[in-house]
Write a protein that binds this ligand. Sequence first.
Ligand code: FCB
Length: 449
Amino acid sequence: MADATLFFPKGFRWGTATASHQVEGGNDNNQWSVWEQTSGRIANDDRCGLACDWWANAEADFDRMVELGLNAHRLSLEWSRIEPRDGVFDEAALERYRAMLLGLRRRGIEPMVTLHHFTNPIWLEERGGWIEHDVVVPRFERFVRKVVKALGDLCDLWCTVNEPNIYAVMGYLSGGRMPPGRGGEIDSTLAVVRNLLLGHGAAYHVLHEAQPLARVGLAHHMRLFQPLTGSPLDGLMTRVYDGIFNNAVIEALTRGRWSALLRRGASVSARGLAGTLDWIGLNYYSRERVSFDRKNPAGLYGRIQFTPGAPLSDFGYGELHAEGMAPLLRKLARLDLPIYITENGLPDADDDQRPGFLLEHLRELWRHAQFNWRIEGYYHWTLVDNFEWGEGYRMKFGLYDLDPRTQVRTLRRSGMLYRDIVKTGAGGGLSSDHVREYAPQLLPTLFPD
Ligand code: FCB
């Protein structure tokens, strides 16, 4: 078997990703803190509680990032802490975020700051959240203006919004998965996606006014859709799903145009969104098979499922399919912007799949970096097991295992592997020795003779 190392370029960003509500603990002023009060909504009726205790001590986990050799981390700001009431800002909360950003910088870790990652202050949610354009977009813009003024000397890499498509679908289409728990509301879903994108656009301009050299992008959740069978109708539905879920966001942000489906009921033009990306983020988790289903109008007559018989992660969260990143990266490469993998990971409590998952996905990423696609960083989801929204604490995405009761962390083998990859060469690298040590069964596919 060939011995080789696949080197990443010097300066490649190796990081992890987190979101405020999932790690900070003690967040009691956002819509998720209300949502979890009702039994049956969160797996095992878990409560977010202390999460990873970052509000008190994120720094202990920043030290862990240093141990892994990371030079980047993506974290989000909790709007409900910074603006606990409409128009009222909490300087102490901003101070705490300043301390966190400084703590990262002092450790040689470049922060990427997400401005909206699923959570809204209660006062905003009570006024309709992201449904009402005239309520939410100007307020988000005001929030961003405040943030860049307070934190701009410590951060210039901004991720405006996390996964507009997932936020809208889970809250307004799929029914009960995420607050506000609505289902089958196609028009609300579309309005929410559009308003999140318009919020992104407003933030882009505010950030650039304050920081001409700001690098502003968005984390786009893309899934690889493929037809379940060879039938033309399955093929058609696949194109519909790919169009709405994957392409519509890109089209709006690059061409300033709502695609045909996203346009339904639009009252605000997308024109101003053209060219509001300095980089694009890909959150990649899974592939989906699409079939035609005439009994499912709420799903636009389509149905999705994982490939029958394919390997799945814990609780059937996703299909393990690293090659699925390739067509998605190809779409993004056409934009000729820097690409960050802003999230990629899996729930795997016993860590039997994660080492192979990491090796396969990073091998895939390396391969495409060789095409001169502008892939500049990888942020693994996530550092330490955390509060996984409706799944509570049962889904374990961490490179470190967390006991939420005692706060004790234990480095998983996959964490050791990630550290070894990051510390190889000047910019990180994946070697046949890593595969031999952590997932020998993959040697023939990852390092063929
Ligand atoms: C993504 C979310 C992130 C986390 C991971 C597992 O869709 O952005 O907060 O829940 O999935």
